[in-house]
Each structure stands twice: as C-alpha cells, then as structure tokens.
Design a protein around this ligand. Structure first.
Ligand SMILES: NC(=O)c1ccc[n+]([C@@H]2O[C@H](COP(=O)([O-])OP(=O)(O)OC[C@H]3O[C@@H](n4cnc5c(N)ncnc54)[C@H](O)[C@@H]3O)[C@@H](O)[C@H]2O)c1
Length: 412
C-alpha cells in the first residue's frame, strides 16, 4: 500500500484499513479539550502522525503547551528521554478546520457531549475524508447509531470510549452500532492494543459497559441513606473497607461531581425509556439543586476544606457490623454487589457485551475489586437471583428484576 504526500495511506477495504492502522497512518483528533489532547498524546506516543483540530485555535495552543509541560515532567522523572519527548511533540500538528484535515486512517472525535454538534462534525468528516477512513467518537453517553445518520459508509463509524486521563487509563470501550463492520471493530480493537490499551467490545447500549453496570454502586447506597438505614460515611466505609472498592459511593460521587454523576445516570434512565432501575434518587437531585456538587464546590455529601481535606462523621462500626451479613434489604455490601452482578448479567444476556469484557471493563474502568460476573460466580448466581428476588419482594416496582442469565445456566 502506498503512502501519499501526507503520509496517509489509502486502504481499499476493511482488511487493508486495518493494515493501514497498524502501519501508523495519520490520526485526526477533533477537539483538543481534556480528552482530545490526551488521545493525541497516546496516538503520537504510539508512533502516529497526529492532526489536531479545535474550533478555538487558542485552545489548541494552550493544550499543546500543557502537553509539553506534561512530557517535560515525564522527562524529569526519567520516564521518557528528551529526544522521545521531542519526537512525540513533533508528531502532533494543529489544523484550523476539519476541511483542512489531511487524509487520515482514523479520526477520533472528542468535541463536547452534544448530539447535533457531533453529527455536524461527522457529516463534515464523511465529506472530506476518504470512504475508508475509520471514524470514531469518544462519546460517553450518546447512541452512536444516531451520530451515524449523516455518515456515508456508516459501517466505518464506531465508538472508541477512552477514560480520563487517556494516557493513564488502560481501558477503551470499542463500541459498535448495528451497522459497524465487524472487520473495523476487530481492527480498532487491535489498534488499541498496539497503543498499549485494553480494548473491550460492546454494543451501543445506554452507558456502554462501565457507565451502565456501575449505576447500582451509586443508586443502592443513595437509597439506603435516603431510607435512613445508615449514614453515608458508614455506607462508604462498608463498601471500601469490607468490599474492597477503592472509594465508597458517596466519596466517589463527591469526587466525580454529583452533577456529573447525576447527568450520566439520568442519560441512561432517559435512554432506557425511564426504566425504574435507573431512576435518579431524590437524595442526589437535592444535593445538585442545593449546589452541593462535591469537592469542586467545597460541599457535597461531605464538606471539603480549601486544601481538599475532607470533613465527615466517623463511620459507625457497630452499625456496620450489624448490617453486613444481615438481611439483604439493609446490607449495603451484599445488596450493591447483587445489583452489580444482576446488571452485568443482563448486559451479557442481551448480547451487548461478553462476560470477560464486562469484568475487564469494571476492573480497569472504575477499579472495582472484582469483575461482576466473576463475583457472581463466586457467590453463586442462584444466590444472587434469590437476593434480587428478595429485594423485589421488599421494594416492588421493577427496579429489582432478576436477570434471566442468573438462572438459565448461561453464565456458569
Ligand atoms: N472528560 C471526561 O472525563 C470524559 C471521559 C470520557 C469521554 N468523554 C467524552 O469526550 C468528549 C469530549 O469531552 P472533554 O471532556 O474533552 O470536553 P472539553 O470540553 O474539555 O473539550 C472539547 C473541545 O472541543 C472543542 N470543540 C467544540 N466544538 C468543536 C467543533 N465543532 N470542532 C472542533 N472542536 C470543537 C472545544 O473548543 C473544546 O476544546 C465528550 O463527548 C465527552 O462526553 C469525556
């Protein structure tokens, strides 16, 4: 396959496109915000020439300056040589507009989370890039099929969902629509491996894997606090110290931002036609309407001093002892884990992701101590099914529906 003047190549089918990606074709990145510049760094470090486009040229300049400073820190820590830093920076160039983007093997879009904006970007890309250019969106929550509407050859459109910050987070969800060519999915996944990432595959389902399966981690804790079963500090301590989660759900949502976490949950709820499983809690809605957004506003579930020190009540260890191992309705750990397993089982049951990919995604994406399917296998899927059924009896209404995969033997 020949290179053209820009260093890009012209594949003629999906297989050749894959060869082209492996041959370090040019990567275009649209949007140079938090995610775009990180993705550009990863692609350039993997050896690709990278063209970065942002609607605000000043933003690109600042992003490149920051990247220079980041790489400088890596050099001073001995994790990169000055020559490697120069090579990576030299591979990244800014381009004014999408129309002016040279031919690319792959373009990754990372503009703000807005369907209309993304559709405009892809319509322009489809018009100006060759039909064989693989087009990817880094959306966290928008249905990728709906972005594909204005794309000619929609079989080349998929999601490459990087996690923040892209250079440090290994996980990439490779998300396909009903139209995406399986060959392109294979090639994108293989490419992510050459970039040092761990790809997992999933269908374009609300929240993909991580943002879908993680919902009960927050929702169960909020419901338990709302019902007065335990206070947030005690629930956090149970999940952290006895469950092995790196942070409890309240400290984690304070860290993420209650508004950001609520927006993700609400998006999943809306995209699932208001499935009761994802109904936002009053607990979190009230926090957000009171401006208690978490660390960034100095006050969320807990209070944060200017230096970031958290002020929170001591967990009630005696209460934790009584709750853990007690009835499922009031056991924060068993109830949360059962719901994580159930959610993951449903995703696998619907054929939206494979069991191993779900486990990998939850461990790498949100650092859960175990993948939910492996956890369910350990507990016993029949035990989890009984726990969910007991929760359904206690709290009827559809939130606690037993996944068919827990009882049909398909996961064992
Ligand atoms: N921030 C995260 O933690 C995170 C994690 C995973 C995925 N994402 C997703 O990645 C995408 C980008 O998020 P972000 O946090 O980097 O956003 P951001 O706001 O930091 O950056 C977006 C950039 O896009 C630029 N832009 C806007 N319109 C443009 C256009 N028409 N053409 C070119 N550039 C344009 C903006 O000037 C800005 O620099 C979103 O879809 C988001 O959901 C974000």
């Amino acid at each position: 396959m020949e290179s053209n003047a820009t260093g890009a190549t012209e594949p003629t089918d999906a297989t050749e496109a894959g060869d082209d990606l492996a041959a370090l074709g040019r990567v275009g990145v649209i949007g140079s915000g938090a995610m775009g510049i990180g993705i550009a760094q990863v692609a350039a470090t993997a050896g690709h020439p990278v063209s970065l486009v942002d609607s605000e040229s000043a933003v690109v300049a600042v992003a490149l300056e920051r990247l220079g400073a980041t790489l400088e820190r890596l050099v001073s820590k001995g994790r990169m040589t000055a020559a490697e830093r120069d090579t990576v920076l030299a591979r990244i160039g800014a381009v004014e507009t999408i129309d002016a983007l040279p031919e690319c093997s792959l373009v990754i879009e990372a503009v703000p989370e807005n369907l209309e904006l993304k559709r405009e970007v892809f319509a322009q890309l489809a018009e100006h890039q060759p039909a064989t250019t693989l087009l990817a969106t880094n959306t966290s929550s928008i249905d990728i099929g709906s972005i594909a509407d204005d794309v000619t050859e929609p079989e080349r459109l998929l999601g490459l969902h990087f996690f923040n910050p892209p250079p440090l987070m290994r996980l990439v969800e490779v998300v396909h629509t009903e139209q995406t060519s399986p060959a392109f999915v294979d090639h994108a996944a293989a490419l992510m491996q050459t970039w040092g990432k761990t790809p997992v595959r999933c269908a374009s389902t609300p929240g993909f894997i991580v943002n879908r399966v993680a919902r009960p981690f927050y929702g169960e804790a909020q419901r338990l606090a709302e019902a007065g079963v335990a206070d947030p500090a005690t629930i956090d301590a149970i999940l952290r110290d006895r469950g092995g989660f790196p942070m409890g759900p309240f400290e984690l949502t304070d860290f993420i931002g209650q508004d950001v976490n609520l927006a993700v949950g609400t998006s999943v709820w809306e995209q699932t036609e208001h499935d009761e499983r994802y109904t936002p809690t009053l607990f979190q809605q009230q926090l957000v309407s009171a401006g208690r957004l978490g660390r960034k506003s100095g006050h969320g579930v807990f209070t944060y001093a200017a230096d970031g020190t958290v002020e929170r009540p001591e967990p009630d260890a005696a209460l934790a002892d009584r709750l853990v191992g007690g009835p499922i309705e009031t056991d924060p750990l068993a109830r949360t884990v059962a719901m994580l397993v159930n959610e993951a089982a449903d995703l696998v049951h619907r054929g939206e992701a494979g069991a191993d990919d779900v486990d990998t995604a939850m461990v790498l994406g949100v650092r859960h101590p175990k993948g939910p399917i492996a956890w369910g296998r350990e507990i016993g899927f029949d035990v989890v099914a009984d726990q969910i059924a007991a929760l359904d009896a206690a709290f009827p209404g559809g939130r606690y529906r037993v996944s068919p995969a827990l009882t049909d033997g398909s996961l064992t």
